[in-house]
Design a protein around this ligand. Structure first.
Ligand SMILES: C=C(O[C@@H]1C=C(C(=O)O)C=C[C@H]1O)C(=O)O
Length: 421
């Protein structure tokens, strides 16, 4: 008997109903949602219109007799330029089992073995990424830019089609305290076969959740890869909590969110110092922000779009950061660092930031990762951080982890080990 499989099934039965090109899946720490066809594609004719169109479509669905329609899907980094949102009338919900506190894996081992023959190509090359970090350091001296998040991707070309449902199950099981998702991206395909491009991932970062008038936001900024050695792992966590550069990188994000959010709120609670949070691969600094809205009819999607992109994934000031990203990143982010989640007719919902993710297109899986750059950042370390972040998704497809650069002591000299991407 395959007990690993049985445990994984009990963990989230919804995943057994998932079909890669015709389902949408989103799970948060408390519940999982699975939407099945028929869907209506949500389109907006004018930029800036999508949140309003979403609420109108949900009202129409209610008038048509659907009990609890929701909008589900993703919007790209550049906002409505790339949007894959659907009106879903056929949604199954499952409440998650509670997890032992501090047990990020839920105590479940689940090791899919897919991979098979594959080739990895960095997009752009590691050197181009490091050069862009150094160029950003110059921009901090010469322009008002204070922080920019720079990213890169890996194209993993498989010989045979990767198993998306298996990868999704692995992501959900290994990241029970995160936001796991799968969204078909082809807008033009008929409703029953919604496409062969799929966005998949497990984000640790909540842009916002809304329930009635209550808002919760959990920005992350300031990160370090975890270690398998427990004492080294604890040292890394301690180091992160004390790192002036990371605390500054985090402060920029929290201050900007507070400023954008305040006009919408009756009350706002922002802890003065961040706390540690972890995934299986990374340590992060995070701040739990809570607020009460002035107007509880404001939808979670409208508010998410008002905050997006936060300096956690863009930078600060926002316009300068967007310009720097356009100039320094030599590939399109598409849906990476956009938003992914759901919103119902009352406006309640959850929107995560689309990170630790990949876009699967036939046999190719493009995996993305970025890192915040501020004055004092080091190109080599930002590169290592992105390498470590790739592992969340690479592990789910059974691809050997990408190791960060580790100095290796030999008799006569220090040489470099690993990392070819
Ligand atoms: C852009 C990413 O992550 C963002 C950048 C972080 C950082 O620089 O510390 C942390 C979490 C995210 O807000 C990513 O994971 O790809």
């Amino acid at each position: 008997m395959d007990t690993t499989q049985n445990v994984a099934q009990r963990y989230d039965d919804l995943l057994d109903l998932y079909s890669q090109y015709s389902s949408l899946y989103f799970s948060s720490p408390s519940h999982s949602l699975l939407a099945k066809p028929p869907f209506a594609q949500l389109v907006s004719e004018r930029v800036g219109d999508i949140a309003q169109r979403a609420q109108e479509s949900l009202s129409i669905a209610k008038q048509l007799g659907f009990a609890d329609p929701i909008i589900m899907g993703a919007i790209g980094f550049d906002g409505e330029d790339a949007s894959a949102l659907r009106v879903c009338n056929n949604v199954i919900r499952q409440t998650k089992m509670p997890f032992a506190s501090g047990d990020a894996s839920g105590g479940i081992a689940f090791n899919p073995s897919q991979a098979g023959a594959h080739r990895i190509t960095p997009v752009p090359s590691g050197q181009v990424f490091k050069n862009s970090v150094n160029e950003a350091l110059t921009l901090f001296e010469q322009t008002p830019l204070q922080k920019v998040v720079l990213s890169r991707a890996l194209d993993v070309q498989f010989e045979s089609a990767p198993n998306i449902p298996l990868a999704l199950k692995s992501l959900a099981v290994k990241n029970p305290l995160g936001y796991t998702f799968a969204v078909p991206l082809n807008a033009a395909a008929p409703a029953t076969v919604v496409g062969n491009r799929v966005l998949i991932g497990a984000s640790p970062e909540l842009l916002l959740s809304k329930s009635g008038k209550d808002i919760h936001i959990h920005p992350l900024a300031g990160s370090i890869a975890r270690s398998e050695n427990p004492s080294e792992d604890a040292q890394k966590a301690d180091g992160l909590l004390q790192s002036a550069k990371d605390l500054y990188e985090h402060r920029v994000v929290v201050d900007a969110i507070e400023k954008s959010l305040r006009p919408f709120c009756k009350s706002l609670r922002v802890p003065r110092t961040p706390s540690l949070m972890s995934t299986a691969t990374m340590w992060h600094l995070g701040t739990h922000i809570t607020a009460e809205l002035n107007d509880e009819t404001l939808s979670s999607l409208a508010l998410a779009l008002a905050l997006h992109p936060t300096p956690a994934v863009g930078g600060y000031p926002v316009a300068d950061a967007k310009q720097a990203i356009k100039k320094l990143e030599q590939y399109p982010r598409d849906f990476f660092t956009g938003i992914v989640g759901w919103c119902n007719a009352q406006g309640d919902g959850e929107w995560a930031i689309t990170i630790r993710c990949a876009e699967v297109f036939n046999h190719r899986v493009r995996v993305y990762a970025g890192a915040g750059v501020v004055a004092g950042s080091c190109a080599e370390k930002e590169y290592a951080e992105t390498a470590a972040k790739f592992n969340t998704v690479l592990n789910a497809f059974g691809v050997k982890p990408v190791k960060e650069r580790v100095p290796k002591q030999t008799k006569s000299k220090v040489s470099e080990e690993e990392v070819h991407v």
